[in-house]
Design a protein around this ligand. Structure first.
Ligand SMILES: Cc1cc2nc3c(=O)[nH]c(=O)nc-3n(C[C@H](O)[C@H](O)[C@H](O)COP(=O)(O)O)c2cc1C
Length: 482
């Protein structure tokens, strides 16, 4: 699987531009031919604090959490994938959403099988961020059918996140599968936090039988694929059938544009990771920091509500030549990567703070920085040039480089492990954005980079492949830099 990543690497000497086909710009909203949009129930956002949720991660098992009702369900949908701002786009008014998205193309779609949610009919729903509303795709008790595909016990809530390839292919062509996975990871991070803010413990899964789940969600398999799932809530009184008795399906979505593009490389990359059966949850090995590593202090938890943080998160790139301090670094990294993950992280720090500038490896879970041999020049500047010349990256106080030994991962965990690594990078990215927002700092994801050059500047080991970069720090016009 590392082959797809290698084949879609950007190299300085081999870049060819292409014009965007505006006549076939994909619709950012999925529309069904035979389903009305139902109004979203009135949301009741929980009042949870961002830091309490993000730092005490993973949240404890459900315990005595109150049963979720329709208002809580609506809040989860909006916090995960709702429109949070308006901006001018290529075709006019563009709704910017709660998760960041490469090129604001929003390939990710959100579905939920809900069962015994007070005030909401049992069934499989698709979230429409535009209205905002719900498509009831399939009424009935589907907890058993969802659990059959996800491999765990039935739950009252099963969420599914898919990607519609064409939205991303339109701009990024073969590299689109990378962006689809990263984008799904961004939405996943919001979804997990939103679920946790309702007192429920989100259980993540990415190892489900693809064909069977695709049929369950009514996806056109060459155009859309489920990439992540989250279950939550206690077992329903009656989970419904695992297979039998499901009504015939007529879930036809309108095409995203008059002509839909497909890409053999993307389809093959996805197919290579396909599974026929669900796998048990994976455990990722921890980084073992050597002696002399730097223990970061316990982060502070200044008041910041999850909803407000999600709502005010935006990509901010106008970085000031200012530092982030040890306590901020600690909070940012611990919130982004609270536990060992399928991706690794190197951290580039600029001068002026109370930490030595340079490049570090981060040990999630332990909140420890391992200094790496210092480069002769400021690695952030090199990384900015490697980020296709997006020079603001070099000005950011902190750059997070998310990477993985893709070959090693695939040898140990099969080709499906690639999806895990990219989802983990997207999830960490969204969590970094949120933590930066809560601290009054700017943040921006960077998916466009010359892969080998970026790996060199971020001091990745020889087998390390760059997955995703994020620049973070004080910015002009927002928070501490305002
Ligand atoms: C995977 C990913 C890659 C991105 N890459 C870049 C990039 O290379 N350069 C950039 O300026 N912004 C990049 N962004 C930021 C998006 O442009 C931004 O999220 C989008 O325009 C929506 O705006 P918002 O984040 O303010 O909601 C990226 C975002 C994501 C999620």
């Amino acid at each position: 699987m590392s082959d797809y990543h290698r084949r879609t690497a950007y190299a300085r000497e081999a870049m060819t531009g292409h014009l965007l086909d505006w006549a076939h710009q994909p619709d950012p909203f999925k529309r069904y031919r035979h389903r009305e949009v139902l109004p979203l129930p009135q949301p009741r956002p929980p009042r949870s604090g961002f830091w309490d949720l993000a730092l005490a991660w993973p949240p404890p098992a459900d315990g005595d959490a109150p049963a979720l009702d329709a208002a809580g369900f609506a809040a989860i949908m909006l916090m995960s994938a709702g429109v949070t701002a308006r901006a001018a786009g290529g075709m006019g008014d563009l709704g910017l959403r709660a998760p960041a998205s490469a090129g604001a193309l929003y390939p990710a779609e959100l579905y939920a099988a809900a069962c015994q949610v007070e005030g909401l009919a049992d069934g499989l729903y698709h979230f429409d961020p535009e209205t905002p509303g719900l498509h009831l795709l399939w009424p009935g008790r589907l907890a058993g059918a969802a659990a059959r595909r996800l491999g765990g016990p039935p739950s009252r809530l099963s969420f599914f996140i898919s990607a519609m390839y064409w939205r991303s292919l339109w701009k990024y062509r073969q590299r689109a599968y990378r962006y689809c996975l990263l984008d799904v990871g961004h939405l996943l991070a919001n979804l997990e936090l939103a679920v946790a803010s309702c007192g429920l413990a989100p259980r993540f899964s990415a190892d489900f039988p693809d064909a069977s789940l695709g049929v369950f969600l009514g996806l056109a398999s060459d155009d859309e694929a489920a990439l992540a799932a989250v279950t939550a809530g206690e077992a329903p009184d009656d989970a419904g059938p695992e297979e039998a008795g499901l009504p015939p399906f007529d879930l036809q979505a309108q095409p995203l544009s008059a002509r839909i593009g497909r890409d053999a490389e993307v389809l093959a990359a996805h197919a290579e990771g396909n599974l026929a059966e669900a796998l048990p949850p994976r455990v990722w090995p921890a980084v073992r920091p050597p002696a002399g590593s730097l223990q970061l202090p316990e982060p502070e938890r200044p008041p910041a509500g999850l909803l407000e943080v999600i709502r005010s998160r935006r990509s901010r790139r106008n970085f000031l030549p200012a530092a982030v301090h040890e306590k901020e670094v600690s909070a940012l990294l611990k919130a982004a990567l609270p536990e060992p993950a399928a991706c690794q992280a190197n951290v580039l720090l600029g001068p002026g703070g109370d930490l030595e500038p340079g490049v570090y490896r981060y040990a999630p879970g332990l909140n420890v920085l391992v200094p790496l041999p210092a480069p002769p020049d400021d690695a952030r500047r090199g990384l900015a040039r490697a980020a296709l010349g997006q020079l603001w990256v070099g000005q950011a106080a902190l750059v997070l480089a998310l990477w993985a030994d893709l070959k090693g991962l695939s040898q140990a965990g099969g080709p499906r492990a690639y999806r895990h690594a990219m989802l983990a990078a997207g999830r960490a990215g969204q969590r970094l954005y949120l933590a930066a927002t809560a601290l009054g700092l700017g943040c921006c994801g960077v998916g466009a980079f010359y892969d080998d050059e970026a790996a060199r500047h971020a001091r990745l080991p020889e087998n390390g492949r760059m997955l995703y970069l994020l620049a973070c720090g004080p910015v002009k016009g927002w928070g501490v830099g305002a």
